[in-house]
Design a protein around this ligand. Structure first.
Ligand code: PEP
Ligand code: MG
Length: 325
């Protein structure tokens, strides 16, 4: 079976009725990038940069960050690389003194873009490093924990300013660096029409979106089944987000864990998703799941999926469409 999966390395991620689905890779290490490239990922859909900031006492300087981002861009040889700005907060073991300590509710605190905008000096350094790396191949900037329009506009203005600065210093950077927002705060998902016009793409962080939508800590095992994206509210929200983005012609991906769960592939396809970003280890299984489905049939079954009233009903919908492994 492993061998059969291995054979899909060079096959397209295409449904039985001929629709190509984009599979991006979530990558954090050199091995992930190599793996993503070898498996035919469309590019890197999520490059988490936290590792550069954690487990050390000094902040990484522009040069160190630039080299890290440039290496990913070069490793993907012309396929797009999506680099996420730092998603640091009191929920991570930060020793640089960047995040606040002792926040009563770290998940609801100064994390992600909120911290970036509170520490413009540190943020500018990161954006400079990213834009410099854009001179080496297609690069997109993705912003975590966006809750609304103001944050998107603030980052866009900063990005323009940093680009102007770099050009005046003689750096060769890309003409256009697409800016994207992570959709992982329910307010951003619901109010997406208010800022979709100000971003080039979106990526849905279903790990955090599930946590915040259901008020269920993603790391708390005591909550058991409660922390799960298979909730009618989550499906409705996902359907609306995908619809809003597609209606405006903006690419939309899901980059949370559910994108890498082949058992959920039919569900995401039914909701209209055509871009997945997942860990390379799960890419071939999801590709196989895509190749076993007809998109027209799944789309026709979307209303039934959205009528499901509970987890059991969603599970039944999924079982009825599971392809034999
Ligand atoms: C998410 O929240 O779904 C996500 C992809 O980001 P992270 O897991 O890094 O919070
Ligand atoms: Mg997240």
């Amino acid at each position: 079976e492993r061998k059969q999966l291995h054979r899909l390395r060079r096959e397209p991620s295409r449904t039985l009725d001929g629709v190509d689905i984009r599979l991006w890779a979530n990558a954090e290490s050199r091995e992930d990038v190599t793996g993503a490239h070898a498996l035919g990922a469309a590019g890197v859909g999520l490059y988490r940069t936290e590792f550069l900031f954690l487990q050390r006492s000094e902040l990484p300087d522009e040069e160190e960050q630039f080299r890290a981002y440039r290496d990913v861009v070069l490793g993907m040889t012309g396929r797009a690389v999506t680099i996420r700005t730092m998603d640091i907060g009191a929920d991570k073991a930060d020793r640089t003194g960047l995040a606040l300590t002792n926040e009563p509710n770290p998940a609801l605190g100064l994390r992600g873009v909120r911290l970036s905008l509170a520490r413009i000096d540190v943020f500018r350094t990161q954006l400079r490093a990213m834009l410099r790396a854009s001179g080496y191949g297609p690069l997109r900037v993705l912003v975590p924990m966006v809750s609304g329009r103001e944050e998107v506009l603030a980052v866009a203005a900063l990005l323009r300013d940093v680009a102007r600065e770099l050009r005046s210093e003689g750096h060769e950077i890309a003409e256009h660096v697409p800016l994207g927002a992570m959709i992982e705060v329910p307010a951003a998902a619901i109010a997406l029409p208010t800022f979709i016009g100000s971003v080039d793409f979106i990526s849905v962080g279903t790990n955090d979106l599930t946590q915040y939508l259901l008020a269920a800590d993603r790391g708390n095992d005591a909550l058991g089944e409660l922390y799960s994206p298979l909730h009618p509210a989550m499906l409705l929200l996902l359907r609306n987000v995908i619809r809003t983005a597609r209606a405006r012609g903006k690419p939309v991906a899901v980059c949370g864990e559910m994108a890498g769960d082949a058992a959920l592939t039919p569900l995401l396809l039914a909701l209209g998703l055509e871009e997945f970003s997942l860990h390379p280890a799960t890419l071939l299984e999801v590709r196989r799941a895509i190749r076993a489905q007809r998109l027209d049939a799944l789309r026709a079954a979307a209303p039934a999926l959205l009528r499901c009233r509970d987890r059991d009903a969603i599970d039944r919908w999924l079982r009825a469409r599971a392809a034999p492994a």
